[in-house]
Design a protein around this ligand. Sequence first.
Ligand code: GLN
Length: 304
Amino acid sequence: MDYQSIITEIAGELEQIPKQGELAVYIPELAKVDPNKFALNIHTIEYQDYNFGDVDDRFSIQSISKVFALTKAYMIHGSDLWKRVGVEPSGNPFNSLVQLEYENGIPRNPFINAGALVIADILCDSLEHPKEDMISFVRKLSGNNSINYNIKVAESEKNMGYNNAAQINLMKSFGNINNDIEYVLDFYYHLCSIEMSVKELSKSFMLYVNHGVLMPENERLLNYSRSKRMNALMQTCGFYDEAGQFSFKVGLPGKSGVGGGIVAIYPEKYSVAVWSPLLNKKGNSFLGMKALEMLTTKTRLSIF
Ligand code: GLN
């Protein structure tokens, strides 16, 4: 497969599309990002890398970090997690509060904000140094020790974090949060503020391409069943109320973030990360979605 020609062709076609979408202005630091940035990286199971654009620039991974947090919590607690968070698509925006009250403070899934806050609470209970331990984990998955939190982004989100504060307070009132609310929120905002490049993101998602085995160390982190379930959750819940569209148009398990990044995987073949900061109305990268749709159509490599 000539991935390099295909991604160059995709980039050319994307240039013809009028720019649409908005930066994630509700996090003031993210409103400062250059909206014209674009990067795409494919990492294959054969350790080949294919690149286009600003592939070494690090950006705010935001909700993509929810996959790393869930992985860590799943490794520690296994299926006990599902007592506190569901595995159904929400059909609602990532920050919606409406279902939470109806469903007694049990979030629909770990990839909406409420679900990720419960996972953050669980990690606060089980990790001695949550921030240090999680950044080490992400460094290990990506094989890069310089990956870090962006404290300014974390602070910026905290200062405007009324919605997340509402979510966690509501869940605490239902008894689904154990720790101090400020402690969990601070940890959650730090996770969202992690900065990575598309190269580092696709490399770290090789874990899910490779059925839970970290390459090239050959270390199993998730058993086959858990790895299958991680991919299923990315497929059904990775794009909030656009998960159906993403399956329909792209057809890969994946996860997006309001920093404009999207990572998707094809089991046993490749992982792909794309970054374009302008977001559609559902909070997913406008050009990122288009790029991945073109990729799976041109390569005929969607899981469907
Ligand atoms: N930090 C963001 C928030 O909590 C993450 C949302 C996202 O990337 N979809 O709102």
